[in-house]
Design a protein around this ligand. Sequence first.
Ligand code: HEC
Ligand code: HEC
Length: 213
Amino acid sequence: MRRLRTPRIAALALLTAGLAACDATPLPLGMERGTELFETCAPCHGANAAGNPDIAAPAIAGLPQWYIEDQLRGYQEGYRGDHYTDLAGLRMRPMALSLTREGDIESVAEYVAGLDPVYPESTLHGNAGAGATTYTQICVACHGVDGLGMPELHAPPIVQLNDWYLYQELQNFRSGARGAAPGDTWGLTMRANSLALSDEVMQDVIAYVQTLR
Ligand code: HEC
Ligand code: HEC
């Protein structure tokens, strides 16, 4: 009798483990989950993530995964998109807060990073020649000669974004609506470089950035 007990318990344990495995439907992660989540982003950013100027949503297609993750965490933690003058950011913040499941930020960032950049057409009319001087004196140090950014400095590529969005963000950095909150280490480094820029200089430097495409 005694000898039979151990195998029987072992068999019971195996059966329970088997049932538990059948019960837990595996949660999708990575591209599968990212594709599913992106359906909630598309109404504002567009099916190809080309952006929508009417609601100030930028063309996020093909931004690097690390940068998208940085920003989604910033919106979640409230050091981005939580300033009363930042209407576009306030629109985006609840969307980041909806990414509640572990791995959601990474999954949707991987999906968006995998889309082809769209290079939306220019809408501003700055002087690219004048902007070149500012760019090579200031911006090049972090965003690079080609405007493709430097991951080690957390500086994103800026060539494929809408020009009106770049302008909107430079204004936000200068006013402190972005990059001034405690905890926003990388935003702070960018903000310092926006403080001396006039509206005109901003438009000129953006016109130059468009020529780097
Ligand atoms: C209700 C409209 C709306 C929805 C839905 C939305 N966004 Fe946004 N998103 C915006 C707006 C507006 C901005 C610009 C905010 C700003 O200026 O800070 C933005 C900005 C962003 C940025 C910052 C881009 C940059 O270059 O810094 C990322 C990343 C982003 N959204 C990702 C997403 C993802 C991923 C989803 C889906 C989970 C999503 N958004 C859903 C409106 C939206
Ligand atoms: C010291 C490094 C540094 C310099 C110099 C710098 N930037 Fe940045 N820039 C950054 C970093 C880091 C970020 C990302 C900040 C964040 O995570 O919110 C950024 C973000 C930006 C953004 C927002 C992009 C987006 O997708 O939302 C724009 C626009 C920008 N920079 C333009 C410029 C321009 C134009 C100049 C020159 C006048 C410049 N930067 C100089 C580091 C720098």
